[in-house]
Ligand binder design. Structure first.
Ligand code: PLP
Length: 397
């Protein structure tokens, strides 16, 4: 390992919390779908900051917006009106089924806000109901409430007891969800495609059934679009594939092209939060929102959802061709540019480490599963490059 990389590794080990198993590279620059380490080596980035760099790295529209806004007004408070916040609010509301928005700083915070809204709505509309039903293998964030909403007990254990008011049922099992519904339930919370667990889609009939059940029972449906939203799956919001509308949905990740941001959006009928109920020092700040306006405008102007659908289909077809060649690929899943493949052996971390050495960034979501959530601007030649590298690695596995 280069001495300079070793230096940064030593600093990390000495000073940083032991929260990350990092890959042994120090990334210093990015452009389009590529990043460079301090040695000058380049990497094709099929992970995009974990589904964040939707326009790729340092997209000129985002750089221009941040630079302009930084020279004008970086921060003030939500006690005053600011223009980027309201422009971004208008863009998102006019292009979705929601009526109102609140801006936060991360996905977990967006989901926390959605849960708070659902609880207050339950207090007012359902006789104090506060329970949220979530599903197995979901992922909604790392704060205590969003961890409790995350249906993965391994994440709960070190921090028990979890906050009250969350129950988890089997994903894609409508009867289980019905059975878990009680008078105390106020909402159901789901991802349309589970990302963190390795790209597992909800069945169409299940989603339609959940929407109908929520309508019949008078429950709010909260959809977490944090990883699936903003064009990644081939539609601006992934629930659009299923002809359903949630009461509440959440966004974060790519919403400001790489600048921290989150948001929850809701239909008017459940917008029960009033002054003092919720707030944020940084949420909806001018810098993040200016980056957000540039990002969302670019997504629409360049039809990146359509591009995502097309290139995603190409990526899936190329992976299927690899599967025909390499028996070790067990299953391929995905929609648009949210894709994963399972191996028959527990070699996903090895494949990812080897890919890095060969200039390709992939993400293991488990011992068998490799995930790809590249920038939405990725082109066919870049997909071919990724596939060729994966091919050569599987050859030698
Ligand atoms: C579906 C989903 N919800 C919530 C989160 C949490 O977002 P953040 O890490 O910005 O808090 C993530 C992060 O991976 C996610 O994929």
């Amino acid at each position: 390992m280069p001495l300079v990389t070793q230096h940064w590794q030593e600093l990390e080990q000495k000073y940083y919390m032991r929260t990350f198993n990092r890959q042994p590279v120090v990334l210093v620059r990015g452009q389009g779908a590529r990043v460079w380490d301090e040695e000058g080596n380049s990497y094709l980035d099929m992970v995009a900051g974990l589904a964040v760099n939707v326009l790729g790295h340092c997209h000129p529209a985002v750089v221009e917006a941040i630079t302009r806004q930084a020279g004008q007004l970086i921060h003030t408070t939500n006690l005053y009106y600011t223009t980027p916040q309201l422009e971004l609010a208008e863009l998102l509301i006019e292009n979705s089924c929601a009526d109102r928005i609140f801006f936060a700083n991360s996905g977990a915070e967006a989901n926390e806000g959605a849960i708070k809204l659902a609880r207050k709505w339950g207090h007012l509309q359902r006789d104090g109901a506060y329970g949220v039903i979530t599903v197995s293998n979901s992922f909604h964030g790392r704060t205590l409430a969003t961890l409790a909403a995350t249906g993965q007990p391994k994440y709960h254990k070190p921090f028990a007891p979890m906050p009250d008011g969350f129950s988890s049922v089997e994903f894609n099992d409508l009867e289980a969800l019905k059975a878990a519904t009680t008078p105390q339930t106020c909402a159901v919370m789901l991802e349309v495609i589970q990302g963190e667990s390795g790209v597992h889609p909800a069945d169409h009939d299940y989603l339609v059934g959940v929407r109908r059940w929520c309508d019949e029972q008078g429950l709010l449906l909260i959809l977490d679009e944090i990883q699936t939203g903003l064009g990644r799956t081939g539609k601006f919001l992934s629930f659009e594939h299923h002809g359903i509308e949630p009461d509440v949905f959440t966004l974060a990740k790519g919403l400001a092209g790489g600048v921290p941001i989150g948001a929850f959006l809701a239909k008017e009928a459940c917008c029960v939060l009033t002054a003092g109920d919720h707030g944020s020092t940084f949420g909806g700040g001018p810098l993040a929102c200016a980056a957000g306006v540039a990002t969302i405008r670019t997504i629409f102007e360049e039809n990146l959802a359509g591009h995502s659908a097309e290139i995603g289909e190409y990526l899936l077809s190329q992976l299927r061709a690899l599967q025909a060649k390499h028996d070790v690929i067990e299953e391929i899943r995905g929609l648009g540019l949210m894709v994963a493949f399972d191996l028959k052996v527990e070699s996903a971390p090895k494949v990812v480490a080897e890919a890095l050495k060969r200039g390709l960034i992939l993400n293991p979501t488990g011992p068998n599963t490799v995930r790809m959530v590249p920038p939405l601007i990725i082109d066919k030649a870049e997909v071919d490059e990724a596939i060729a590298t994966i091919d050569s690695i599987l050859e030698s596995l």
